[in-house]
Design a protein around this ligand. Sequence first.
Ligand code: HEC
Length: 197
Amino acid sequence: MSNDPQEPLLLDHEYDGIQELDNKLPRWWVWLFYLTIIFSAIYLIYYHVAHAGDLQAAEYEKEMKAGAAVKNAAMSQFEAGIPNLQPSADATVIASGQVIYGKYCAPCHRTDGGGLVGPNLTDDYWIHGGKYADTVKVIWDGVPAKGMITWKAILKPEEINAVASYIYTLRGAKLATPGKLPENQQPAKPSGPSEFE
Ligand code: HEC
């Protein structure tokens, strides 16, 4: 405190002509400051001493678990409904299926569905059955032993339905380059002479 009776708030020090006043802090500010100290004590006791609340990591784990439960429920619901699925006739669904097909399936099944590593998807011969539900099921579960990926781990149910709906439109397509010949597939329906008949 300064001894100057004219300026009782003026502090003693002075640098380059700059002086400091010892103003009183506003009461609201001081109380806010005390409040933060009280808050930190409560926070410390609640989270780190009593372990009464979840920290971020535990909260994250909890929410991930809840999310996985919701996802698994939706997955099993879709799986249970596969036998009753019908191919979508919605042009936007089929178009989105075509995009998925081009991105994920064409490398093995050829852009036009004629087959490369994977079998021809345009003919009447199916290893896993020719019904629409069979197609969805084989995409859903894959055939890992034969190199067909289990797509349920990568694509969402509606994406699988979309790509299956797109494949459905490829059936009977006239291909510019002949497609892969049937190997061990069975005809879905008799259509002309074949070695299986
Ligand atoms: C890594 C190569 C590969 C990729 C990528 C791939 N497939 Fe396959 N797919 C195969 C093979 C190999 C088979 C034959 C499995 C068998 O012999 O049982 C197959 C079989 C199928 C069948 C059953 C055919 C039948 O005759 O019953 C369908 C339908 C199918 N794939 C759709 C898809 C779709 C849709 C995608 C993209 C989401 C895809 N595949 C991506 C390799 C692949």
